[in-house]
Design a protein around this ligand. Structure first.
Ligand SMILES: O=C([O-])C(=O)C[C@H](O)[C@@H](O)C(=O)[O-]
Ligand SMILES: [Mg+2]
Length: 433
């Protein structure tokens, strides 16, 4: 016998009464990547979900104009949904987006394409719903995800080639890194300050020989630290195989050397070390073809585009089933995202590698949460134990960063456009070498 679900029969529902979406901007250094350079501000959206219990919860996501418009569309469909029913939240959002004619991307400057729009939009609402559930139950989000299997989560130092400062501005606290010496200097400062126990070089900026030299320089300076390189698919299959052979035994994994599942599979057949991706497997639809092709060994999850914390756990189950490794990707973010990442990582037993985070690139003075809870010790962040995400949003700071958003004039991330305004001959090319 089948029964029809009748929400009215469920007592003590906690209904969503409204959502506020606040776009914010925070300072971002001139980080170079294979599609250009970071603009002076990174954009994020902070969403607050309000309920009839009086308890609200927060989520953080991309702040590009197109994504903001989709968040608004989704938010308008959520009134009355029980905040404990994330499945209903998800189906309402999918339905709201089925009439989506909104133009515009989501804030990854063309580096991560093909992820699911519905999962990208759902993510921040899923996090906010779990924040509310945790606050109501008096339990941290990690408990709602099955329980923490670790007290703290390890992160890797995220090294970028960069200019000393944005043109026309003062040098920032990290200075220039445009050659192996600069990268080693940056790595040393990061390791000394945060205690990172693994390092990832964002590559695809200079010819591969120079980036190989930077990896060898890092290995000489840090003989024991696991190293990774990620050129964001800037290399041909041939170049990737050459670099992969040269760095075999030096790296813990090679991340997205070349575009596409077919290209990655061709590299993987020739290169001994694990291949990782946050570019050719970015949605559930990509997993089966990637497994069938033998394209990757490690998937970098990212709750911002895998549909939130619960769907990221679903991904963790899939990687475990297929014997794949699991790591975590990051874009420029603030404290709400870091808290969500830490809860997710804490409750994911098969997270095999130190997670990525852009945290060090953020001005320490800028955030939307009160300081003190999310601290790095020996490269790791302790899992918050207070109810929900375990953080407190600083509403004055949120207002300040919102004002900065209004004043900065940026409405979408455009690393390539910024580079071309500074260097008109710059061309986007994939693969580049
Ligand atoms: O593939 C990756 O790891 C990234 O996309 C990381 C970064 O977000 C990045 O390359 C950036 O923001 O310039
Ligand atoms: Mg990557």
């Amino acid at each position: 016998m089948t029964t029809t679900f009748n929400p009215a029969q469920h007592l003590n529902q906690v209904r969503i009464t409204g959502v506020t979406i606040t776009p914010v901007a925070f300072k971002d250094p001139p980080l170079l990547n294979t599609v250009g350079v970071h603009e002076p501000f990174a954009l994020r959206a902070i969403i607050e979900v309000l309920t009839d219990s009086g308890v609200s919860g927060f989520g953080e996501t991309y702040g590009d104009a197109g994504h903001l418009a989709r968040l608004q569309l989704a938010a308008a469909s959520l009134a009355g949904v029980d905040v404990f029913n994330i499945n209903t939240l998800r189906s309402r959002i999918a339905q709201a987006l089925s009439v989506d004619t909104i133009e515009g991307g989501h804030g990854m400057s063309g580096m991560v394409t093909g992820s699911s729009t519905a999962d990208r939009v759902l993510s921040a609402f899923d996090v906010a719903a779990l924040d509310i559930q945790g606050k109501l139950l008096g339990r941290p989000v990690s408990d709602l995800l099955g329980g923490a299997v670790r007290d703290s989560v390890q992160f890797s130092g995220y090294l970028f080639y960069k200019w000393a400062g944005h043109p026309g501005q003062e040098e920032d606290r990290w200075g220039a890194a445009l050659d192996p010496e600069g990268i080693v200097r940056q790595a040393r400062a990061m390791v000394d300050f945060y205690g990172f126990g693994a390092l990832k070089l964002k590559a695809g900026v200079f010819p591969p020989e120079e980036e190989i030299a930077a990896i060898h320089a890092l290995r000489a300076e840090f003989p024991d630290l696991p190293l990774r390189i990620d050129p964001n698919a800037a290399w041909t299959v041939e170049t990737s195989i050459r670099v992969g052979k040269e760095l075999d035994g030096v790296l813990e994994y090679l991340e997205d050397p070349t575009p596409g599942i077919g290209g990655m599979a061709a590299v993987r057949r020739e290169v001994g070390m694990p291949l990782a991706t946050n570019m050719c497997v970015v949605s559930f639809a990509d997993v089966a073809p990637a497994v069938a092709a033998g394209a990757v060994d490690v998937i970098l999850s990212d709750h911002h585009f895998w549909g939130g914390l619960r769907r990221s756990q679903f991904l963790a189950g899939i990687t475990e089933t297929f014997g794949l490794g699991l790591s975590m990707h990051s874009n420029s973010h603030l404290g709400i995202s870091l808290a969500a990442m830490v809860h997710l990582a804490a409750a994911t037993p098969n997270l095999d590698y130190a997670c990525d985070t852009h945290w060090p690139w953020k001005d320490p003075e800028e955030d939307v949460i009160e300081g003190g809870v999310l601290r790095f010790t020996d490269g790791a962040v302790g899992v918050p134990t207070a109810p929900g995400l375990g953080i407190t949003v600083d509403r004055d700071a949120l207002e300040r960063l919102h004002r900065q958003y209004l004043d900065c004039g940026l409405r979408s991330r455009d690393d390539t456009g910024y580079m071309q305004r500074l260097h008109p001959s710059y061309q986007l090319q994939s693969p580049r070498w």
